[in-house]
Design a protein around this ligand. Structure first.
Ligand code: GTP
Ligand code: MG
Length: 332
């Protein structure tokens, strides 16, 4: 990787930290480190300029977050991190925040009464060697939906619709959530339709999580959920409180993103197997390389690949279709 060869391992480490950063402050700190570590010569001028812009954006973001943290009617921007972004949505008290605290190290208040969560809380869920971003949101009811919620649902890669199996009203509360979002042209679907006529509609692929299976009466309510939603969404049963079904949920959340992992290596060195790049399944070499660095999209000359359907270290072309867990050495 010629370009990366100019970049020191310390720089690449800072870049890897940047990708994992969860708060604006962390991102700013990583970008500053990257800027300090980037070799200052002609060939990296573009990269330096890019980093400067990113630092200035990150500063704005930190300032903005400070100023607006406690104000009402704010809009929240949670930059995407990791392999993909899921929003947790549902009626009040269904266990959204509990799920976030169960699957990630993030904190979000969990309480036995409705309307506990008032602002988004993001966390990163580990699955094997990748991370998936989860965002806990305030509840949605017939009369109440925070102004920013629908736009966050529209931006997300996927949604998790949570249903409370501990409450007779659970399945109907979920239906209300779907209706409320539909009113603002945000339609939760099991799978995106193949064609779309009205482009103002945003379809958001969704998994349904039937929560609180530990409670009495949950099995009967699950039947109702299956009848009402079985035709629309994949359904998983869980207990966020007691941890039932969590391994399946982790796997499904990752699997549904439909991404592959690609590991990079530098010539003569072992691959970095700690932090893969993720890209949509079916991506070509050049599409994947563009994620590593924008310059690769234009300047990529060749690459060697270790993995599926190739001989070890085989040289492949720009349009080579990548597979999960391929290792790639990029040359420009
Ligand atoms: N028995 C049981 N209780 C649960 C489960 N998951 C969450 N709870 C409880 O349900 C209550 C509500 O959980 P929260 O995570 O605060 O619910 P929420 O959906 O975030 O609620 P809002 O923020 O008000 O929208 C808490 O008392 C949790 O401990 C579960 O799987 N089983
Ligand atoms: Mg909550």
């Amino acid at each position: 990787m010629t370009l990366a060869a100019n970049l020191t391992p310390q720089y690449l480490e800072a870049e890897a930290d940047y990708k994992k950063a969860q708060t604006p402050e962390e991102r700013l700190e990583c970008l500053k480190r990257m800027f300090a570590l980037v070799p200052k010569h002609k060939a990296s001028e573009k990269l330096q300029a890019e980093l400067k812009t990113k630092i200035s954006d990150a500063r704005d973001e930190v300032e903005h977050a400070k100023k607006h943290a406690k104000k009402a009617g704010v809009s929240y921007k949670v930059p995407k991190q990791g392999a993909g972004q899921y929003v947790l949505i549902g009626g009040p008290n269904v266990g959204k925040s509990r799920l976030l605290t169960r699957l990630t190290r993030a904190t979000s208040e969990v309480a036995p009464y409705p309307f506990t969560t008032r602002e988004p809380h993001a966390g990163m869920m580990d699955f094997e060697d990748v991370k998936v971003q989860l965002i806990d949101l305030p509840p949605i009811t017939a009369d109440f939906m925070e102004s920013y919620v629908s736009s966050m649902v529209r931006i997300a890669d996927r949604a998790l619709l949570m249903v409370d199996l501990g409450d007779d009203d659970g399945p109907f509360a979920a239906e209300t959530v779907l209706d409320r979002l539909k009113e603002v042209k945000t339609i939760l679907v099991g799978q995106k339709p193949a064609t779309q006529e009205d482009y103002s509609i945003q379809y958001v692929p969704t998994l349904l999580l039937a929560n609180k299976i530990d409670l009495e009466g949950s099995t009967d309510r699950l039947e109702i959920v299956r009848e009402m939603f079985g035709g629309s969404f994949p359904i998983h049963m869980i207990s966020a409180e007691h941890g039932h079904g969590m391994e399946d949920v982790r796997r499904e959340l990752y699997r549904n993103l439909n991404v592959i992992r690609v590991y990079t290596k530098q010539p003569g060195k072992p691959p970095d197997m700690t932090s893969p790049f993720t890209c949509p399944a079916g991506s070509t070499l050049v599409e994947m390389a563009a994620l590593v660095h924008r310059d690769f999209a234009e300047n990529l000359k060749s690459a060697r690949i270790w993995g599926t359907g190739v001989l070890d270290g085989q040289t492949v072309k720009r349009d080579h279709v990548m597979h999960d867990k391929d290792v790639v050495e990029l040359h420009i």
